[in-house]
Design a protein around this ligand. Structure first.
Ligand code: HEC
Ligand code: HEC
Ligand SMILES: [Ca+2]
Ligand SMILES: [Ca+2]
Ligand SMILES: [Ca+2]
Length: 473
């Protein structure tokens, strides 16, 4: 829930030592011995990309042709393009808003990585790239504010709301007489006009994630994902991955969701078109309105100009634009992992021993095609793409199709090693509240409580090895 909670201090009072012992292990060592054994240093198989510093997440699959490479860069340009308000002389770029969260995809997915949060003390104000989604069980969305809060508006228009995130600290014990501070967010929406949210509107804060390997995720067979589902926990291990079935505008039926923090979207094409419409305010085939997220009650918003033109098939963005962005998001590769020494390999063993791999499923074997590219690879995303109850502390109370208010999709862990060099920050979990892998683990509850407790009970050096492994992915 998004509510205010008092600061809770657990544990050993003044004996607490803050999280100093998590040494970062992003270096690559030259060990040979055991470390040559590990077989999944190529998360996208032979298609894996190399390390390119801040541009590491902006690389197409390795080995594609020259023309494919050019198409990829055309898609990237559209992903980075700054949209402008209609009407404008450049009809190819107008259609922004009227209400919007950002002017380009890349403003939130920074360098194709995760959004960056700017902290000032324990406060974040109007973060670009962290959105507040809205749902209402009766109306499907908030009757006044729609599907999402937009903090930016048309010229002389009013933002829907400003967002303040306050963090309070709580210490949780790990290992004997050591503890880690967790930062608990509290979300406050400040409405400049007299409208508040409908009393039964649910809110969900979500950070923009890294957009790597998405074409590979899309080409995993439904059956392969579903064979890990165990909705009634018939094998009694306390873990009940559930599929989310979500409406598809492409096939007019329900399909297995796999994108978004609650697996709320089944296909990349629809996810992208939805983002263009809701986040930027640009309509296209599946979301044809040029008014973005304006609702019927927002009459000032509906009185603004839209950018539908013949040149764009009668929409703000033509199918060609959508296809080109789709190409870019489908063809982005996953970088190679950083080298693991023997300690890290022990960490890899612990990752399965204490049950992390029960949800963060290591691998899939693909026999498929992405855009015209044949793909026969074993990939290592470390996710089952299913929903899990993660306990009250992570719960947002937000229902998204079959996902309930405490369920989240297991996020893939690939690319985690490179996150920091892409946007100078590591912000983990659905709202970026965790700044280290240890913090992320300590927030795990619900179905993952058992695994978390086993982590806490490991020796300090085993904890470090496990973290070293996760940070190598
Ligand atoms: C205002 C910030 C913002 C903008 C702008 C934005 N996104 Fe996102 N994006 C998000 C958030 C937040 C999520 C997580 C959504 C969810 O959980 O439902 C997301 C999720 C995604 C995903 C799913 C990723 C996954 O791992 O499942 C894709 C693909 C995506 N966005 C593509 C795009 C494209 C393409 C654009 C531009 C047309 C775009 N986004 C613009 C914030 C943004
Ligand atoms: C019951 C399933 C489950 C188990 C077991 C589990 N996780 Fe997770 N993990 C999740 C889910 C779901 C999330 C996303 C939660 C959220 O964003 O609120 C997550 C998030 C994470 C993240 C943050 C990823 C990101 O992109 O932000 C890390 C790191 C992580 N888990 C590591 C681990 C480790 C290490 C273990 C073992 C100690 C573990 N997990 C056990 C389901 C699980
Ligand atoms: Ca528009
Ligand atoms: Ca809105
Ligand atoms: Ca089970």
């Amino acid at each position: 829930m998004i509510t205010s909670k008092p600061i809770t201090i657990l544990g050993f009072g003044s004996l607490l030592v803050a999280s100093l012992f998590y040494v970062s292990t992003f270096t690559s060592s030259e060990h040979t011995s055991k470390s040559d054994d590990y077989n999944h240093h190529l998360p996208a198989g032979s298609l894996s990309a190399s390390n390119k510093g801040a541009d590491t997440f902006l690389q197409p699959f390795k080995g594609i042709g020259l023309e494919e490479g050019l198409n990829y860069r055309v898609g990237q340009a559209l992903f980075e393009k700054l949209w402008v308000f209609a009407p404008s002389s450049t009809q190819a770029s107008d259609g922004l808003g009227p209400l919007y969260n950002a002017r380009s995809c890349a403003q939130c997915h920074v360098k194709n990585g995760r959004a960056k949060l700017d902290f000032s003390e324990n406060l974040v104000f109007n973060p670009v790239g962290l959105v507040i989604r809205l749902n209402n069980p009766e109306f499907g969305q908030d009757p006044f504010y729609g599907k999402q809060i937009q903090p930016f508006a048309y010229p002389n228009g009013q933002a829907e709301a400003n967002l303040e995130i306050h963090y309070s600290t709580k210490m949780v014990p790990v290992a004997s007489n050591t503890s880690v501070s967790l930062f608990e967010p509290r979300y406050t929406l400040l409405f400049p006009n007299n409208h508040s949210l409908h009393p039964s509107t649910q809110q969900s804060p979500r950070i923009a994630g890294a957009l790597i390997g998405l074409g590979l995720i899309e080409s995993i067979d439904d059956e392969d994902i579903l064979k890990w589902a165990d909705p009634n926990d018939t094998n009694n291990d306390g873990i009940s991955g559930r599929p989310n079935y979500v409406p598809s505008r492409d096939t007019n039926s329900s399909e297995l969701g796999r994108f978004g923090w609650k697996s709320g979207q089944a296909t990349l094409a629809q996810q992208n078109a939805n983002a263009l419409h809701t986040d930027i305010g640009v309509g296209s085939k599946w979301f044809p309105s040029g008014y973005g997220d304006c609702t019927e009650q927002q009459t000032d918003c509906l009185a603004q100009a839209h950018g539908n033109t013949e040149q764009q098939d009668g929409y703000e963005a033509s199918d060609k634009v959508i296809q080109s962005i789709l190409y870019f998001t489908s063809m982005t590769s996953v970088p190679k992992r950083v080298h693991l020494d023997d300690k890290g390999i022990e960490g890899q063993q612990l990752f399965s021993d204490i049950g992390c791999a029960d949800c963060h499923r290591p691998s899939y074997t693909l026999d498929s095609k992405i855009q015209a590219l044949p793909v026969n690879e074993t990939i290592w995303p470390y996710s089952d793409f299913l929903l899990h109850d993660m306990g009250e502390e992570l719960a947002d109370g937000f229902i998204e199709h079959q996902a309930n208010g405490s369920e989240w999709r297991t996020p893939p862990l690939w690319g985690l090693a490179h996150q920091k060099q892409v946007n100078q920050q590591l912000r983990l979990l659905h709202d970026g509240r965790a700044g280290t892998v240890a913090e992320a683990i300590l927030w795990h509850g619900g179905e993952a409580r058992k695994s978390k407790t086993q982590f806490v009970n490991l020796s300090q050096s085993d904890q470090n090895h496990l973290i070293q492994f996760v940070e190598s992915l």
